[in-house]
Each structure stands twice: as structure tokens, then as C-alpha cells.
Design a protein around this ligand. Structure first.
Ligand code: HEC
Ligand code: HEC
Length: 374
């Protein structure tokens, strides 16, 4: 009996090892091995790109994926981009403020990474509005900001990174694949990460399917919630959830505008105003992308609301008379509006927001952590 069990175990192990080999090309690199897809994946929608160009972008994005998950990009090797931007929760974090190196807290709530250039216009046009205050406008420059500008990764001089990365066994080949030679530069690091995060696009939510004409992909309650969102409560005037991509897809704002939604009567964080220096921008923040919103809590730039119910309660009866409160959130007398959203309506809006989750993206191995650290 024992022998049979042992034999079964051996067979099982062989089957597992074999099936892993088939799907993943694992190259052993000392104590670290990388699981990257055997063939370059299409990180980009290749509709508008030549096969050669999309292949070269894939190689850069593949390098970017490794960099994104590599703790060596932080000063004490402990924090990677993926420490705060977690794939399973839409590349967001599940705490109000995230922890960077040595437990230092971020100033604001971690933004989910999703469909960045779709929301913002073009690949590197400088038209994007990124971060809660829009302080960065180009997805390729943006990548190194978390490394240098913030507490989170503790790197003050990115110029030290190339030598540090060159000492690791796996970058030689990855840079060679991506750029034709193995020279590591800050620009290449930044561009590769930019291409990777830019490849994190989502077009497979139940709401997308509904938009593509598959009527039964949403329930009656969810459709009711969608209508409340679009018409009765004008949420869609700011959160533009159908801005033209075939079959839906864009859930951000129209070119990322910034609004004050009356979170507080007085500002503790000037948001956009601190960047532009205009008083009228004080207290305004990026209209966040609503992809995966049901799982990206806590919410708002400071992570003050734990649940979507809390968010709806804010719009229903919690809006404060802040100096730059958006006109849409004011009543006829110019005071903060009380939407008085009923319990039924609240449940329907929450049900609708739950249709914006893209489960494929959350588990897609193209975006997953490639490191197997033994
Ligand atoms: C310690 C946590 C932490 C780490 C590590 C981190 N981020 Fe972030 N990320 C944040 C926070 C917090 C914000 C929002 C900051 C703000 O807007 O002021 C943010 C915002 C962003 C945004 C803007 C998204 C949008 O919709 O505008 C991108 C893109 C991004 N991070 C990419 C990265 C990359 C790439 C790395 C690694 C090089 C990284 N982050 C590392 C916490 C982190
Ligand atoms: C005037 C524009 C505007 C309107 C109208 C509006 N929102 Fe918002 N919404 C925003 C902005 C801006 C934020 C981020 C505010 C901040 O953090 O300071 C936000 C945040 C949110 C968030 C949190 C997202 C996150 O990731 O933190 C949700 C959910 C949300 N809104 C849903 C709604 C719903 C539902 C309605 C309609 C009842 C609505 N919004 C109406 C501009 C608006």
C-alpha cells in the first residue's frame, strides 16, 4: 500500500514538473529564477502596430515586468513597485496609506494602475494626467518618480541603479533582448517599466461585455444602478465610463480632470493646487479610474473610506461646502448638494460598480510576479 502511494506521488511530481516546463520557460539564476511566458506575449494591442514593432515593445515590457517586481529597485532591496501595486487587487493597495522602505508611509492612497494611456490620450504625448495631483504627464518619465520623489523606495539618485542592476545575474539577457545590447541606463529602466505598466489594460469586465451587446451579462439591478449613475445622479459627468473605446473600456475622466468633491470644509492637502499654484485648483484631485473599483478600497486620495457604501454615503449626504466644490455637487442655492440616495438605489449603484471588475486582468500571468525566490 505504502509503495503504491509513493509511486503515485512520484508520478504526480513528474506530471507537475512536466506541465510547468511546458508552459513556462524557467531559467535558473542562482537563488532566483524567473518565470516569463515562453513566447513574448502581446502586451500591446497590435492592431495599429507592425509585428516587428510590437515584438520589440513586448521585449521591453517583459524587462519592465521584471523591474516592476524587483526589490533591488529600492535602497535596501525590500520594496518593489509590486509591493504597493498588487495585481490581485487591481494594482492598488488595501490600506489607506502604503508602507515604503523602513515602514515609511506614503502621503496619499496608492492609485490603481489601469489603462493609463487610454484614459490619458496617447503613449508618450505628455497629455496624461498621472497621480492624484497630475504632477506627471508622461507615462515614461513617471516610472522613476516613485523611486526618487517619494519615501516609498528610498532612492535619491537613480544614477546609482544601472551599476546595481548590472551586478544581478538576470538583467544582462533581459536588456540584451529588449535593446540589442546589455547597457543599462536610467532611461532604459524607466522606459521599460513605462511600457509594462502601460500594457496593464482592461477590457474584459461584465460592463464591457454588456456594452458589446451581450445583454445578459448584467442583471436588472446592475442596469438600474448604471442608469442612476449615468442620469439621475450625474456620476458619469465626471466618471466618464463610456468614452468611445470600441465596446467600452475607458472608465476614467475625460482627459483626467481634477475636481473638488467636498470631502472637507477646509483643505489639509491642496492636491492639484499645489502643482499649478492656482487657488481655484486647491482641493481638487484626479477623477480616479473606476476599473476594478469594487476591490481597490480604501477610497479617495487619503483612503478615508473603507467601503463603496461609505463613498455613496458621502455623495448622498456628506458633501461639505468646500471652497472649490464642483458645481455639479451644489444645489440651486449654491450649497453642498444632498443627493439623498435611497437604500435601494445605493445597493443598485454598488451592484453596478461591481460589474467593473476585470477578473482576467487580476490573474493574467502576463502581469504577474515573475520571481520565484528560493
Ligand atoms: C510604497 C508604495 C508604492 C510603491 C513602492 C510604488 N508606488 Fe506607485 N503609487 C503609490 C502611491 C501612494 C501613488 C499615488 C501618489 C500620488 O498621487 O500622490 C502611486 C501612483 C502611481 C501611479 C499613478 C497612477 C495613475 O493612475 O495616475 C503609477 C503609474 C505608479 N504609481 C507606478 C509605480 C511604479 C512603476 C513603481 C515602481 C517603480 C511604483 N509605483 C512604486 C505607491 C507606491
Ligand atoms: C464633480 C465630479 C464628480 C462627480 C459628479 C462624482 N464623482 Fe466620484 N470622484 C470624483 C473625484 C475627483 C474623486 C476623487 C476625490 C478625492 O480623492 O479627493 C472621486 C472618487 C470616487 C470614488 C472612489 C474611487 C477611488 O478609487 O478612490 C468612487 C467609487 C466614486 N467617486 C463614485 C462616484 C459616484 C457613484 C458618483 C455619483 C453618485 C460620483 N462618484 C460622482 C469626481 C466626481
Amino acid at each position: 500500500m505504502k509503495k503504491i502511494i509513493l509511486l503515485c506521488c512520484i508520478v504526480l511530481v513528474i506530471v507537475i514538473v512536466y506541465s510547468c516546463k511546458k508552459n513556462v520557460s524557467t531559467s535558473s539564476l542562482g537563488t532566483v529564477s524567473l518565470s516569463l511566458p515562453a513566447t513574448p506575449d502581446i502586451y500591446y494591442d497590435s492592431t495599429f502596430l507592425s509585428p516587428e514593432f510590437s515584438d520589440s515593445l513586448n521585449k521591453e515590457a517583459t524587462l519592465g515586468r521584471v523591474l516592476f517586481y524587483d526589490g533591488h529597485l529600492s535602497v535596501n532591496n525590500s520594496i518593489s513597485c509590486g509591493s504597493c501595486h498588487k495585481q490581485s487587487i487591481g494594482f492598488s493597495d488595501n490600506v489607506a496609506l502604503s508602507k515604503g522602505v523602513e515602514g515609511q508611509l506614503t502621503k496619499r492612497n496608492t492609485l490603481a494602475i489601469n489603462t493609463l494611456t487610454f484614459n490619458s490620450g496617447a503613449l508618450s504625448s505628455g497629455l496624461a494626467n498621472l497621480f492624484w495631483d497630475g504632477r506627471e504627464d508622461n507615462v515614461f518619465n513617471l516610472s522613476l518618480r516613485p523611486l526618487t520623489n517619494h519615501v516609498e523606495m528610498g532612492i535619491t539618485d537613480p544614477g546609482t541603479l544601472p551599476a546595481k542592476l548590472a551586478a544581478l545575474p538576470y538583467y544582462n539577457q533581459l536588456f540584451l533582448n529588449a535593446y540589442g545590447d546589455n547597457t543599462i541606463t536610467v532611461d532604459r529602466i524607466s522606459k521599460a517599466i513605462g511600457l509594462f505598466i502601460n500594457s496593464i489594460q482592461s477590457f474584459n469586465t461584465r460592463f464591457d461585455f454588456y456594452n458589446r451587446g451581450i445583454q445578459n451579462s448584467m442583471t436588472a439591478q446592475e442596469i438600474y444602478g448604471l442608469n442612476l449613475f449615468n442620469t439621475k445622479y450625474n456620476c458619469a459627468t465626471c466618471h466618464n465610463i463610456s468614452n468611445g473605446f470600441p465596446g467600452g473600456g475607458g472608465y476614467g475622466s475625460i482627459n483626467g480632470s481634477f475636481k473638488d468633491i467636498g470631502l472637507d470644509p477646509n483643505y489639509t492637502d491642496l492636491g492639484r493646487g499645489a502643482i499649478t499654484g492656482n487657488d481655484t485648483d486647491n482641493g481638487t484631485f484626479l477623477i480616479p479610474d473606476l476599473h476594478n473599483v469594487a476591490i481597490t478600497g480604501p477610497y479617495m486620495h487619503d483612503g478615508r473610506y473603507k467601503t463603496l457604501g461609505d463613498v455613496i454615503d458621502h455623495y448622498s449626504h456628506g458633501i461639505a461646502n468646500s471652497p472649490n466644490l464642483d458645481p455639479l455637487l451644489k444645489d440651486a442655492n449654491g450649497n453642498a448638494r444632498n443627493m439623498n440616495i435611497s437604500e435601494d438605489e445605493k445597493a443598485a449603484i454598488i451592484a453596478f460598480l461591481n460589474t467593473l471588475t476585470d477578473y482576467k486582468m487580476l490573474t493574467d500571468t502576463k502581469f504577474s510576479n515573475p520571481f520565484n525566490i528560493k
